[in-house]
Design a protein around this ligand. Structure first.
Ligand code: 7RM
Length: 673
């Protein structure tokens, strides 16, 4: 059983100062946001109060929400039974429910014509709206088709699909029959796809003829064909028509989805599953090469996605929630599909890219569809900043109410641009820190509740049920403020991953053995003078220069403050005297005036010296047109470290990069520096 510790961290929120000049409209915190929690007493007046209940009485807190916000076929007996050291988590034991009923049927019954999904296709203005009644039909038909193909409770269905209503309906259809989905991002190579399908022993794959992104066609079916040459478990492939192109169809294995569905009825009984039955697997990279199949539960995951979506963004039914993440990532699972639909909301499905047909795409879409919440990644913002403000200001953004950031630290320049230019200083920016493994947002300001003045560049405050602690090298808790440490979470929450598919030992070793009794996030964090959390980067990105610990993100932050710098990535490299030296890869803004590289280097060194310290000054500053990034936008620092260490012959597999070509350019520049 878990030990519940009283939090010491949250006494400071009321004292914080919001640095922006803007005046932000805030809704008063009323008990109506959490009507079901009135039984905790009527003295809950702030995020802090509510949060305290959630971590001192997690079982009670989450059980109340589970009963009021989810529809159950059978009530549960035990709210929570968890053992952090063993990596064993059980929430709402004895209960039975169906996730598709919670995400679709109950809203279709209440309000069949309500829009569930707004599909913004790659071609601007080509929008498809799907009501809850229509979604219910799609889910039932696909569920029947999967049953016909022999999919049973617990079987894994692989999805390799564009962001589309069919993809969402297929995820929910697997849930309807108690099967498990594994969405594989439709930009992964055939090798990456095969590895994931094999590991999960997927029985069926649902794909499309082609995907369309940024005006380019991507041959999904062809990639599936190549992948399946090395996969034995897959017996059936269903192919959605996206472009209508001709593709190879293998007899007795492949079926056009349309043809298959035409023989299926729109009535499919939902299978009640146990709270702890898996809803999905999602593969994510770890520190070793083998991807980890992160496994999430049905009831706990859904509840956590719903509650965090509603309360981090202050979402209300009727608003259009615009999370532009791909469904191939956890952000797409929790904040395109399960959070919005579980709450009976309306969710945007964004199939395109930030720069197609031009860098105004997001804001043109905001104007046309009247998007109320925009949730995206800092990397896209930094890209768009380079094209200037005109692409933003020519569109009406008055529908926007909240802006969300996810996936990596948001540097202050990007935060400020998001807040001042995109949001016209009117919308709160919600920096959300979380992971595939946490299932939903873990640290994030909740600007809709009092006592949460925003601090740019920091996710700030723990969400409900989250008890962050910082630990030092010896595993001791670091108390007080203005301190750094390994970011761990001390209290279990319903959305935590339950295992790594087929490898519970790896689950325990990765997350629960490093600091026994805690979930270790792999990230480092700083707790500032106000008690706010700031993520300093992955622990493996911490470098040691002349005995000083230095977060590479800190240096990046300072470098991007220079008006000509668009993006920076910093790594350590072996240094004979200092231990490690600082190596900075810098992308300059497109519209930069002509300044000599040497002069710029001098200015950048000076900024680092004044903003951090002499020891943090980069030894090398390499100007590059791009950085090696994964398709979800994360910089692969591993590659940059190898190049900086003169080991570019040891780069390993770079096939999962969005633009592998940039690597050779960087190597050449490094050799001639
Ligand atoms: C949601 C997601 C998780 C890792 C995490 C961090 C980094 C994510 C932020 C962030 C600073 C943020 N899941 N990260 N969000 N760092 N501020 N707001 O991205 O599993 O793909 O990645 O991403 O390092 O550990 S993920």
């Amino acid at each position: 059983m878990v030990k519940i510790r009283l939090t010491r961290l949250l006494e400071h929120c009321a004292k914080q100062q919001f640095t922006s000049k803007s005046v932000i409209q805030r809704r008063p915190f009323t008990s109506t946001q959490f009507p079901e929690l009135s039984q905790f007493g009527d003295n809950i007046s702030s995020h802090h109060d509510l949060h305290k209940y959630s971590i001192t009485e997690p079982e009670k807190f989450w059980s109340i929400l589970a009963r009021s916000r989810l529809d159950w076929s059978q009530d549960f007996d035990v709210g929570m039974s968890c053992d952090m050291s063993a990596g064993q988590f059980s929430w709402f034991q004895g209960g039975k429910l169906n996730v598709s009923v919670n995400c679709v049927d109950r809203w279709a019954a209440l309000d069949p014509e309500r829009i569930a999904l707004v599909w913004e296709k790659d071609e601007p203005g080509d929008t498809v709206k799907v009501t809850y009644a229509q979604l219910k039909t799609m889910v039932a038909k696909i569920a029947n088709l999967l049953k016909q193909a022999g999919v049973e409770k617990g079987d894994v269905v692989g999805l390799y699909l564009p962001v589309s209503p069919i993809a969402v309906a297929t995820m929910l259809a697997t849930a309807r029959i108690g099967a498990v989905h594994s969405v594989i991002f439709a930009g992964f190579s055939s090798d990456a796809l095969a590895t994931r399908l094999n590991d999960a022993k997927a029985k069926v794959v649902v794909t499309a003829d082609e995907a369309v992104r940024g005006g380019k066609r991507i041959p999904l079916k062809k990639t599936v064909d190549t992948a399946l040459e090395n996969v034995d478990s897959v017996k059936n492939v269903f192919v959605m028509r996206r472009t209508g192109t001709d593709v190879n169809m293998v007899a007795n294995r492949d079926t056009w989805l349309d043809d298959g569905l035409s023989g299926c009825t729109d009535d499919c009984a939902a299978v009640p599953v146990d709270s702890e039955d898996p809803l999905f697997l999602l593969y994510t990279s770890g520190s070793t090469g083998k991807p980890k199949g992160v496994s999430h539960s049905s009831a706990g995951y859904l509840l956590y996605a719903m509650v965090t979506m509603k309360h981090a963004f202050d979402y209300n039914q009727g608003e259009l929630f615009g999370c532009v993440a791909d469904i191939g990532w956890i952000t797409g699972h929790s904040y395109v599909v399960y959070g919005p639909l579980g709450n009976g909301g309306t969710s945007l499905l964004f199939e395109s890219t930030p720069t197609y047909p031009d860098p105004g795409r997001y804001w043109e879409t905001v104007e046309r569809l009247k998007i109320n919440h925009f949730y995206g990644a800092p990397t896209a913002l930094r890209l768009l900043i380079r094209y200037g403000d005109d692409y933003v200001t020519k569109y009406d953004r008055s529908s926007l109410r909240k802006l969300g950031s996810v996936g990596e630290p948001i540097n202050i320049e990007a935060w400020q641009w998001f807040h001042d230019v995109i949001g016209e200083k009117r919308c709160d920016v919600v920096d959300t820190w979380w992971q595939t493994e946490t299932g939903g947002i873990a640290i994030s300001p909740r600007p809709s509740a009092p006592g949460a003045p925003l601090a740019p560049g920091k996710p700030q405050r723990p969400m409900f049920g989250m008890d962050p602690v910082l630990l030092d090298d010896k595993g001791k808790i670091v108390e007080g403020n203005k301190v750094d440490g390994a970011l761990c979470l001390a209290t279990p929450w319903p959305g935590i991953a339950r295992t790594l598919f087929g490898d519970h030992d790896r689950f325990v070793n990765t997350y629960f053995s490093v600091y026994p009794g805690y979930y270790f996030t792999g990230d480092g964090a700083h707790r500032d003078e106000n008690g706010d959390y700031q993520i300093t980067g992955r622990m493996d990105d911490v470098i040691n220069v002349t005995g000083h610990r230095l977060g590479t993100a800190e240096v990046e932050e300072v470098l991007t403050e220079h008006p000509l710098v668009a993006e920076a990535a910093v790594v350590g490299f072996p240094h004979p005297v200092k231990g490690e030296g600082v190596y900075a890869y810098v992308i300059l803004k497109e519209m930069s005036e002509q300044v000599s590289e040497e002069k710029l280097r001098e200015e950048l060194r000076k900024i680092v010296k004044t903003k951090i310290s002499g020891f943090a000054i980069p030894e090398h500053i390499l100007f590059t047109p791009g950085l090696p990034k994964t398709r979800s936008g994360k910089i692969m620092r591993r590659i940059l470290r190898k190049i900086a260490a003169d080991k570019s012959d040891e780069l390993g597999d770079i096939s999962t990069l969005a633009e592998p070509d940039v690597v050779q350019i960087i190597i050449n520049k490094h050799l001639h520096k």
